[in-house]
Ligand binder design. Structure first.
Ligand SMILES: [Zn+2]
Length: 483
């Protein structure tokens, strides 16, 4: 059990594998086998080992090893010149992780990726360090190419570490002492190798002498390597745009003057950012060697005052009906009043009517639905068209080459500032297009004409539906009047 987490190693012959056969033993005592865990091992991993002999008088035994050492690298990916901390953690019997005591010493070696950097402690540095106290680090070379460094950390046994070892290890302690002396040859070898300053295929000769070891990887690469890989090309990709409703008076703007409702885009002014901040999402496009720009959910939210102007309607002498139920509670329940309202509602079909209804009731839905229709139209007729016709918000225009910065923060900052520039062009173009398509209440004769046309179209899209709903309810009320 636990095949994925490590190998058995014969310390005498250096053989390793999941199964070791034909081992010499001393009446059932093995003293040259160590269990070497790898970087797949997790805090809750368990490894079971079965030992049997050809001697029928010796019973086979099974031993369970729980992982004692977990090595974390923070962060797991670093750019050339950057530093990652190597953090060994001790696994407790209950499965939780805790820090080693500060006086605990470790040995750390680089197994692979030797040219990518070195291990650094307060007093020592190199591809192998011994008697290291925490904290220790891996520092990527400033000129490092991309690659993966394999690190192995060993817990050096001593007065403090004896308490760290479970019974399995404790019973083998005397054997370890023997092993240690032979392993110290390796250690000397490793040292002299490093001192020679030659870095070979393996980072250091020999092996760690510690019994309890753990492996971990650190990836060295440019900023791109720290990002998820892109799954698509972002050329031509643009965000969708939605409008979020805000009440009148937002940002000190009062727009309910002499109108039954208003839809007013809160475009950015000066340094005020009146569209909701975007969240940039990056990925690494390995083929193009760029960091792709992206927006979370591909959605931008523009703020707008979208509201019915109840005070204005009340000032004009109307009683507001908030829903059809209020036809029963607010309108006098007699044939004359109900019939009057029934026919007066038709007046509201015409947005620019000069006629005044004699019935003082106004279904507020007429105003709300009118504004909601404006909002929908704005997205369809203004934003979508401008976004389609111009490439201001095209994601790929905001990509940054992988090698430009060593910090992702710098990449994001450049993207943000370029995006804001591009968004302000988008805004300008949208506002221009708005006046062209929707016109302007106080503009040129052509703009006024467009304004009226747009209002009539907007109103016609919703008025009949709302009025029919109210009329149906009034009919019901008339029919239920006492005869
Ligand atoms: Zn309108």
């Amino acid at each position: 059990m636990g095949y994925d987490f490590g190998n058995l190693v014969n310390n005498t012959t250096s053989d390793s594998g999941q199964v070791l056969n034909d081992l010499p033993h001393n009446y059932g005592c093995l003293d040259q086998i160590i269990l070497r865990t790898n970087d797949q091992i997790q805090a809750d991993s368990e490894i079971k080992i079965r030992v049997s002999t050809s001697d029928p008088s010796i019973e086979p035994i099974e031993m369970t090893f729980t992982n004692l050492l977990v090595v974390n690298i923070v962060p797991e990916t670093i750019a050339p010149g950057d530093t990652a901390q190597i953090i060994p953690k001790l696994k407790n019997p209950d499965g939780s992780l805790s820090d080693f005591p500060i006086e605990q010493t470790f040995e750390i070696g680089m197994l692979d990726g030797c040219a990518l950097g070195m291990i650094k402690t307060a007093t020592d540095s190199g591809v192998y360090v011994d008697a290291a106290l925490q904290p220790f680090y891996f520092i990527a070379d400033t000129g490092a190419v991309e690659g993966t460094v394999k690190l192995r950390v060993g817990v050096i046994e001593g007065m403090s570490s004896s308490s760290l070892l479970n019974n399995n290890f404790k019973s083998r302690k005397s054997e370890n002492q023997i092993k240690k002396s032979s392993a110290s040859d390796n250690r000397r070898e490793a040292k002299s190798f490093i001192d020679g300053g030659v870095i070979g295929e393996y980072c250091f000769l020999g092996d760690l002498y510690s019994v309890v070891t753990g492996d971990a990887n650190v990836v060295v690469g440019n900023v791109c390597a720290t990002l998820p890989k892109c799954t698509e090309n972002n050329a031509g990709k643009k965000p969708n745009i939605e409008i979020m409703d805000f009440p009148d008076g937002t940002d000190g703007k009062n727009k309910c003057n002499n109108v039954s409702g208003i839809t007013y885009m809160l475009w950015s002014e000066n340094e005020k950012k009146l569209f909701l901040p975007i969240e940039i999402e990056n990925c690494c496009d390995e083929n193009a060697n760029v960091i792709q720009f992206g927006i979370k959910n591909d959605l931008m939210t523009l703020r707008a005052i979208v509201t019915a102007c109840e005070d204005v309607i009340v000032d004009q002498g109307y009683t507001i009906l908030y829903n059809t139920t209020e036809l029963k509670t607010k309108v006098p329940q007699n044939l004359r009043a109900l019939l009057q309202l029934y026919s007066d509602l038709d007046i509201f079909l015409d947005y620019f009517t000069n006629e005044n209804p004699s019935s003082p009731f106004y279904p507020i839905e007429l105003a709300w639905e009118h504004e909601f229709q404006h909002k929908r139209n704005y997205v369809n007729e203004i934003f979508n068209v401008v976004n389609k016709d111009f490439d201001y918000l095209d994601y790929s225009k905001l990509d940054v080459t992988c090698n430009k910065y060593s910090e992702l923060n710098d990449v994001v900052n450049e993207m943000k500032s370029n995006f804001e520039k591009r968004f302000s062009y988008f805004e300008k173009e949208s506002i221009k297009f708005q006046f062209k398509v929707w016109g302007k209440k106080d503009g040129t004769p052509k703009e006024i004409e467009n304004y009226r046309k747009n209002e009539i179209n907007t109103h016609n899209a919703i008025a009949k539906k709302v009025i029919d709903k109210y009329k149906t309810e009034i009919k019901k009320l008339i029919l239920s009047l006492p005869k």
